[in-house]
Design a protein around this ligand. Sequence first.
Ligand code: FES
Length: 113
Amino acid sequence: MITIYLDSASGGQHSLRVATGQSLMRAICDASDASDAGVDCIAADCGGVLSCATCHVVIADDWAPRLRPASTDELAMLAMTAEPASAGSRLSCQVQLDAGLDGLRLRLPACQY
Ligand code: FES
């Protein structure tokens, strides 16, 4: 388990304990499904097969270089996000959580569609 820090689109700040070995998208979806977590939902319409760009997140500046680089396909999909992609933008279904990401900070964009 690791801790990630999420700023939601509605302004809430959350500290989430999440399992490694899964995508960042899955971890956020599971947290948003928890009835008392108060975490904004992430759309993730395609379920993580890199065909929707609705799992867009923005990784904090000091964390972005520590992630594996985005693939060519992910970069292409980042051109289709509802909120224009910025330097820290990633598709959360393509970010695999491991122990090295303990303390990861990110925010959800204002819109996913
Ligand atoms: S969930 Fe569709 S691209 Fe990530």
